[in-house]
Design a protein around this ligand. Structure first.
Ligand SMILES: NC(=O)c1ccc[n+]([C@@H]2O[C@H](COP(=O)([O-])OP(=O)(O)OC[C@H]3O[C@@H](n4cnc5c(N)ncnc54)[C@H](OP(=O)(O)O)[C@@H]3O)[C@@H](O)[C@H]2O)c1
Length: 445
């Protein structure tokens, strides 16, 4: 492993040098263990501790298949799917691996008693499989997390529609929270040159998701002048949605839960900010009944910011707790676009406000190949910036996941894998200099 790291850190290493490095038989990776699937049975979600379920193990290097690459991972990030995986909710991820393993002899590799997690990476290509022409050893890359087979016409217009669509490092094995990862080369994208490894690794999953959900015509198709209500506006998804709204000439109305998070939204350029904790919204009176007066109070607050207008789009992901309010506050003909249900997936809303006001609920999930490319291109051009707040070592991934689980983080949380320290990997210092304050907005707050 040291030889790989030395090669990456040296400015003179050629592609042929990388190709000549003998790969190790094993590597260190953050794993879940199949025989621990039931370890949290009976506990409340909040009490399920990722530090107990996430292990740092030495695992065997997987065999490289056609159309695939082995990548030396310099940095990765924690996503909420790391949290879901580590607390085995809503289901254990080993079911995903078993199902994938039934598809072909090659996918059988993924069905193991351990699961290497992680759906983001920035690193260097070590080897490519048969049939790969566009990528070679030594290429500096990031990887998006869409894994598809594309053998069915269903996915040929929009790769998210593939019946064998999976999220790499969540529904497949050999993810990015490791020293080496296995990806399909169609997941690879050029690493933004002005960013360090950990900065480059942090946007991938959430940035692509926010792009499809808010900007793409497959999602809400946001346009100039739209009012956009963004839940969790300083969180993983929300920190990108807020930037997309501002960059696209829309007005974000940012919902957050603390003054520190409100400050971060202001630093991004947002002016309309609602602190849901300080203002004490309680959309549910009890377990079964919501309080429409609270929906109305939120709607009134939004109108104070917009000069009396309602929102064109609600960027939804908290789910059960907020969905009734989200449907209510959307303007006539507007769109509620949802990609998640963090607080519960059985939603309840008053359908009269939906049909009588001709609103639409749109489901959105990750991003297709092209959308992931476009989202990364905007990062590479310095138009959208990483929202990395804190960086952990591979050993500390459990703590990093616990922080996200308990909503103690800002923006994105990074993990150094092979990178010995933060700040390495910048290749375009000039572009970086232009955007330094924006790149560092979330750091250590
Ligand atoms: N379908 C997809 O492709 C996809 C992709 C990425 C993420 N997701 C899912 O989307 C969800 C959010 O992911 P993320 O990365 O943005 O997580 P995150 O970094 O934890 O941010 C979510 C934010 O939502 C807010 N929030 C949490 N619970 C809330 C509640 N009950 N009511 C109102 N606001 C609440 C919090 O902000 P405040 O406390 O400041 O309000 C939190 O910071 C997760 O469930 C994740 O699995 C789905």
């Amino acid at each position: 492993m040291q030889e790989i790291l030395d090669a990456i850190l040296s400015p003179d290493t050629t592609s042929a040098d990388f190709a000549a490095i003998k790969l190790p038989e094993s590597y260190r990776a953050v794993t879940l263990h199949k025989d621990e699937e039931q370890m949290f049975a009976g506990l409340d979600s909040r009490d399920k501790d990722p530090r107990k379920s996430l292990h740092l193990d030495e695992v065997a290097l997987p065999e490289l298949g056609p159309g695939e690459a082995l990548v030396a991972v310099m940095a990765s990030s924690v996503n909420y799917n790391t949290v879901w995986s580590s607390i085995f909710e809503p289901v254990s991820t080993f079911g995903f691996l078993e199902r994938y393993g039934r598809l072909s002899p090659l996918t059988k590799r993924h069905d193991l008693p351990y699961h290497v997690l992680g759906s983001d990476l920035a690193g260097v290509v070590l080897r490519t499989g048969a049939g790969v022409n566009s990528w070679k050893p030594g290429d500096e890359v990031v990887a998006h997390c869409l894994s598809v087979e594309l053998e069915s016409p269903d996915g040929h217009n929009d790769t998210m529609m593939d019946p064998e669509q999976r999220i790499w490092g969540f529904e497949t094995n050999f993810g990015g929270l490791a020293q080496i990862a296995l990806v399909k080369t169609n997941q690879l994208l050029p690493k933004p040159k002005h960013l360090s490894w950990e900065e480059a690794a942090s946007p991938g999953l959430v940035n692509s998701t926010a792009y499809r959900q808010l900007v793409s015509r497959n999602g809400a198709g946001m346009k100039q002048g739209d009012n956009v209500l963004i839940w969790g506006a300083s969180g993983g998804l929300g920190s990108y949605a807020t930037q997309y709204a501002l960059a696209g000439g829309a007005t974000p109305i940012c919902v957050v839960s603390s003054e520190a998070k409100a400050d971060i939204c202001r630093a991004m350029g947002a002016e309309a900010i609602i602190d849901r904790s300080a203002e004490g919204y309680k959309f549910w009176k009890d377990e079964h009944n919501q309080d429409p007066r609270e929906w109305k109070r939120l709607g009134g607050r939004i109108r104070e910011f917009t000069g009396g207008e309602d929102v064109d789009i609600v960027f939804e992901h908290p789910g059960r707790e907020t969905f009734g309010a989200s449907v209510y506050v959307t303007r006539k003909g507007g769109t509620i676009v949802t990609c998640a249900s963090t607080s519960g997936y059985m939603h309840q809303y008053d359908n009269r406000y939906l049909w009588m006001s001709l609103k639409r609920i749109v489901g959105s999930h990750f991003a297709n190949y092209r959308e992931a490319y476009e989202a990364n291109r905007l990062i590479a051009k310095g138009k959208i910036h990483p929202t990395l707040s804190k960086v952990y070592s591979l050993e500390e991934t459990g703590q990093a996941a616990l922080d996200v689980h308990h909503n103690k983080h800002q923006g994105k949380v990074g993990v150094l894998c092979l990178a010995p320290e933060p700040g390495l990997g910048v290749r375009d210092a000039e572009l970086r200099e232009q955007h330094l304050p924006a790149i560092n907005r979330f750091r250590n707050v």
